[in-house]
Design a protein around this ligand. Structure first.
Ligand code: LLP
Length: 426
């Protein structure tokens, strides 16, 4: 459920017509709905509560949409943050997430990043290798601190998702091999500067079946028993993110957060641990759309092309993962007559054949300047954007009821080129 609906024949974000926002900020732009962000967080939190999981922490996975206003919207509801870099740490803190609700994930943390996170006292480091544990132990000891760590284990489970966003298989770079988990905990236990107090997994993203989660959580329950038998004091289970969302408009049935929460409760409610989750897409994807306008249409030899002013630079997902995003005109009446509908490849102006937003889409014949919405662009949209072809990164707008604000402005060419220089010896 989101707050992008047609009223009086035109698409609105909450109370505001998209066309008015487009008039004010120009296209392309991302439009986020604060009410939808809040709803997605609350639905998950309430599902966990109803399943009896009272000790819990939802750490929003900042990588999905790291705009400060988006993080702040969630922080105000009590969300923590899952971060993967010093930059994301800075964003989370600036947006008002308390350090004691921040978990630091990722396979490649550097000593500098560890120091920054230790200095502010984050809740937990999710570590992924013995050498990372050693570096963290040394770094923390040198600062006179102790880092709470969760060991990310790789359960070797196929989450049934796209190969580029699957993380829990043995061949993926993530986590400590399942068979080495007990040794790794023993290794950590013997070191000063770290306390191994949690188990962490994340098996992939856009997972649309609940069954792989169930298998993974059962494995975690088994490992927890083994680790406790080994004498480890495990207090936290971080189950990662990954719950999939609908990308079509009407036909997809997403996994239900209540059923997901129930699986957690069934497998882990007697663990005595705090349950932590790291959802990104579930919260942000359908809380955002990308608004674009038609530049022109072109009849190719084999296809019709609708050339729009958004491109792979604003939404990489179609070309990177073959992802489907629903695309529709802002004006509901356009194409009300079936005769006007044609099949289009909706493409951007970037000089790459892979620069498309949707292939073979049934859409009306649109005039130049007509507005289109590309749905479910709130997660892994703006954050994966680039200035390729020296295009100006698209602005981001947050709507909240009748209020709206530009929460990231479109840069001008001067600021885009500001960091570059032609050496005087050239
Ligand atoms: N925790 C960890 C350790 C992760 O690596 C990720 C995502 C998440 C949580 C959040 O996962 P989510 O709940 O959003 O599925 N760019 C890709 C997705 C990459 C996901 C990377 N890791 C896409 O657009 O589909």
């Amino acid at each position: 459920m989101d707050e992008f609906t047609y009223r009086d024949g035109t698409l609105h974000a909450e109370q505001l017509p998209i066309a008015a926002l487009a008039e004010a900020v120009g296209t392309p732009f991302y439009c986020y709905s604060a009410a939808t962000l809040r709803r997605h967080y609350t639905v998950l939190d309430e599902a966990l509560a109803e399943a009896g999981l009272s000790e819990r922490l939802i750490c929003y996975s900042v990588k999905a949409n790291s705009n400060l206003a988006v993080i702040a919207t969630l922080a105000q509801l009590g969300a923590g943050a899952d971060i993967v870099s010093q930059g994301e740490l800075r964003r989370a803190l600036e947006a008002g997430v308390p350090a004691e609700k921040i978990v630091f994930s990722g396979v490649g943390k550097t000593a500098e990043e560890m120091r920054a996170a230790l200095a502010v006292g984050i809740l937990q480091f999710n570590v992924e290798s013995l050498s990372e544990i050693d570096l963290l132990a040394d770094t923390a000891t040198a600062m006179g601190k102790t880092a709470h760590i969760a060991l990310r284990v790789n359960p070797d489970i196929d989450a049934g998702t796209h190969e580029k966003i699957s993380t829990g298989k043995a061949e993926n770079k993530f986590g400590i091999a399942w068979e080495e988990a007990r040794t790794a905990f023993a290794h950590a236990e013997a070191l000063d500067g770290v306390t191994a107090s949690g188990i962490d997994i994340h098996i992939g993203s856009q997972i649309t079946e609940l069954e792989p989660f169930g298998r993974a959580f059962e494995k975690i329950a088994g490992l927890l028993a083994d680790l406790r038998a080994d004498g480890h004091d495990i207090r936290r289970l971080d189950l990662g993110g990954g719950l999939g969302v609908p990308y079509g408009r009407d036909n997809d049935t997403p996994p239900d957060p209540s059923a997901y929460a129930q699986i957690i409760a069934d497998t882990l409610s007697d663990s005595g641990c705090m349950i932590m989750l790291e959802p990104g897409r579930l919260i942000a994807a359908n809380a955002g759309i990308l608004v674009t306008s038609v530049i022109r249409t072109k009849q190719g030899q084999a296809k019709n092309f609708m050339i729009v002013d958004a491109a792979m630079t604003e939404l990489m997902r179609p070309t990177l993962y073959g992802a489907h995003h629903h695309i529709a005109p802002i004006d509901e009446d356009t194409g009300a007559h079936d005769a006007a509908i044609k099949q289009w490849d909706v493409v951007g102006p970037v000089c790459e054949t892979g620069d498309y937003l949707g292939l073979d889409r049934d859409l009306p014949v649109l005039e130049s300047g007509a507005l289109l919405a590309i749905f479910a662009a709130g997660a892994y949209g703006a954050v994966l954007g680039s200035a390729y072809n020296t295009r100006l990164p698209a602005p981001e707008v947050l709507v909240d009821g009748e209020k709206w604000a530009i929460v990231r402005a479109r840069p001008d060419y001067q600021s885009l080129l500001a960091g570059e220089a032609i050496p005087d010896w050239l």
